[in-house]
Ligand binder design. Structure first.
Ligand code: TRP
Length: 349
């Protein structure tokens, strides 16, 4: 604070810059945390009291929560209410049901989201606006991840409101944040794999949207997008859906292949490789997909390129070994019947 004041005194214009840098750092930290908690990456010290067997705190007992909920619904401090409630989301185990059942809160959150739709152009979306709507999305993620509210959230079709954000392609930070936080909401929904969530998502364009994000967004967004794809594949109906047409199968495997190619460019590959391997392994459970995988599996997954990187990751090493074994075994079994068609016959749309 002192630093800010000093700077301001010496150079009046600079406090704005400093303020926006601090905001950006805070926002980035918030989003990283949201993703980390989604992917189960938090260290014990970072896990909130509510999750650590300490007596959980109740949002309803906290007069501040009441205050900020009123502000969120009626104003005038809506923006601050979004921020304050977002900061408290891990402190309480009942914030999600409280948000869901408080009169006007969901409407207010949806209103925040809808009002940004006309601004989804790089020249129009300011940092402040992007941060504001990201804070609203963080609260939606809270509702999407709680077992009492998840299904209500789904039944109300609220995830559909996020698609205009997922559908953006600008690489500007403001848009990256919007995509990442929206993916966070979908990620929270699929996290404890329930069939109805996957069933709902398969009726949307989530797969092609995730694929596009995996191709061209930031590393964090790619990680959440492939996490969602992997959850869809792990579901039986999800696997069937992806393997139902050649177009879908190739859309997925082409993107996975490109990701593998990009991985070696910048080491270490981090979490992406783990998810990529598991997606391929799961695809190999479908017999037709298995046959095609033998043709399209990237060479770098066969030739020990990643041995060193995977040294400490026993799980992924095992998955990769199993994948190669499955593809190999199948080849050996098929050798006597060379005339088999290379492509499955059942690929009609
Ligand atoms: N409507 C398209 C389809 O059903 C959606 C889609 C486009 C898609 N690309 C995809 C689905 C890739 C799965 C994978 O095919």
């Amino acid at each position: 604070m002192l630093g800010t004041r000093l700077l301001y005194k010496e150079c009046p214009g600079s406090h704005l810059l400093l303020f926006s840098l601090c905001m950006r750092r805070e926002q980035t930290a918030l989003l990283k945390r949201v993703v980390a908690s989604l992917l189960g990456l938090l260290k014990p010290a970072q896990i909130p009291a509510a999750a650590m067997n300490q007596p959980p705190q109740h949002a309803l007992d906290d007069p501040n929560v009441y205050h900020w909920i009123c502000q969120l619904t009626y104003g005038p401090q809506k923006e601050q209410a979004l921020l304050e409630l977002g900061r408290k989301r891990e402190q309480f185990d009942d914030l999600a049901p409280v948000l869901w059942s408080s009169f006007g809160v969901m409407t207010s959150l949806l209103n925040e989201i809808i009002s940004v739709y006309p601004m989804l152009q790089p020249a129009l979306l300011s940092n402040q606006l992007s941060n504001r709507v990201c804070n609203a999305l963080v609260l939606l993620q809270c509702v999407a991840s709680h077992s009492d509210t998840k299904h209500l959230f789904l039944q109300a079709h609220i995830p559909l409101f996020l698609f205009p954000f997922l559908n953006t392609t600008s690489r500007q930070r403001t848009f990256e944040y919007l995509r990442l936080t929206s993916l966070g909401v979908i990620g929270a929904l699929v996290k404890n794999d329930s069939q109805d969530v996957i069933g709902f998502l398969l009726r949307t364009d989530i797969v092609p949207l995730c694929l596009r994000i995996m191709e061209s967004s930031s590393e964090l967004s790619k990680t959440v997008a492939i996490f969602i794809l992997q959850k869809i594949l792990l579901d039986d109906i999800g696997l069937q859906y992806i393997c139902a047409t050649m177009e879908r199968f190739y859309a997925v495997t082409n993107v996975l292949k490109d990701m593998v190619e990009q991985l070696t460019l910048h080491a270490p590959p981090g979490r992406l490789l783990k998810h990529i391997i598991r997606c391929y392994l799961r695809l190999s459970d479908d017999l037709e997909a298995r046959r095609l995988l033998k043709l399209v599996l990237p060479e770098k997954l066969r030739d020990n390129t990643f041995t060193e990187v995977l040294r400490d990751d026993v799980g992924s090493k095992r998955c990769l070994a199993q994948l190669l074994l499955t593809l190999n075994e199948d080849t050996q079994q098929q050798q006597p019947q060379q005339q088999q068609p290379q492509f499955p016959a059942t690929t009609a749309n």
